[in-house]
Write a protein that binds this ligand. Structure first.
Ligand code: URA
Length: 210
């Protein structure tokens, strides 16, 4: 199984319909299954929710061009996981160092909310991505949907590994660390502060370096 969905993936009827509408409204946007971004030698895999409508769905690179990306790429730079300058475009030349970013669902969902069937349909790509990374030490899940899908991809029971901000679990050879999602909503409401996000990546840096 490929770790990447084809750009015109047709597994989820609702997401295909949404893509077609977006192609009509914004023919110059990416409008497809957004591939993972980063290195095959990644020690950390960051798992987001799904492409943002005007972010990854427009630019074709996870978290690129929206609010969540400003905080995520800024934090990755702070903790040494980026080379180059993030400029909100997929051709900004940014490279990840020892890291990869992917999404639990690869196509933009209406209202930013994938349904269960879509999360399940997309999981084989996540599972395959996880097993493809031979040097993987940590998975960083952004939000509960990502956390639950990563647990299912790893083949463990959800009730044994509950979601919370800052939880850390050892699952086989992998550390799974979860955070509240770095969305505009969560940061505007104070559910997630920059300091809280920094603490997550401080820990991830230590795991990646060990
Ligand atoms: N952009 C992404 O690619 N994923 C998210 O979870 C949010 C924004």
């Amino acid at each position: 199984m490929s770790p990447e969905a084809p750009r015109n993936c047709d597994l989820c009827p609702r997401l295909v319909t949404y893509r077609k509408a977006n192609e009509k409204a914004h023919p110059d946007w990416f409008n497809g299954a957004v591939p993972s971004f980063g290195e095959d030698t990644a020690r950390i895999l960051i798992v987001g929710l799904a492409p943002g409508m005007t972010g990854a769905n427009r630019t074709g690179r996870p978290f690129t061009g929206d609010w969540a990306g400003d905080l995520l790429f800024g934090t990755l730079a702070k903790f040494g996981f980026c080379d180059g300058h993030y400029d909100k475009r997929s051709d900004d030349g940014l490279k990840l160092r020892h890291a990869m970013i992917t999404n639990a669902v690869r196509c933009v969902p209406p209202q930013n909310k994938p349904i269960g069937a879509e999360i399940n349909a997309c999981r084989p790509f996540l599972s395959s991505r996880i097993t493809s990374l031979k040097g993987l030490k940590a998975i960083v899940c952004l939000g509960k949907i990502s956390h639950d899908s990563a647990l299912r991809a790893l083949g463990v029971r959800l009730k044994d590994y509950p979601f919370g901000h800052g939880v850390e679990y050892e699952i086989g050879a992998i550390r799974l660390i979860s955070s509240y999602h770095c969305s505009r909503y969560n940061t505007n409401t104070g559910r997630l502060t920059e300091e809280m996000f920094d603490r997550i990546f401080e820990r991830v840096r230590d795991i990646a370096a060990a």
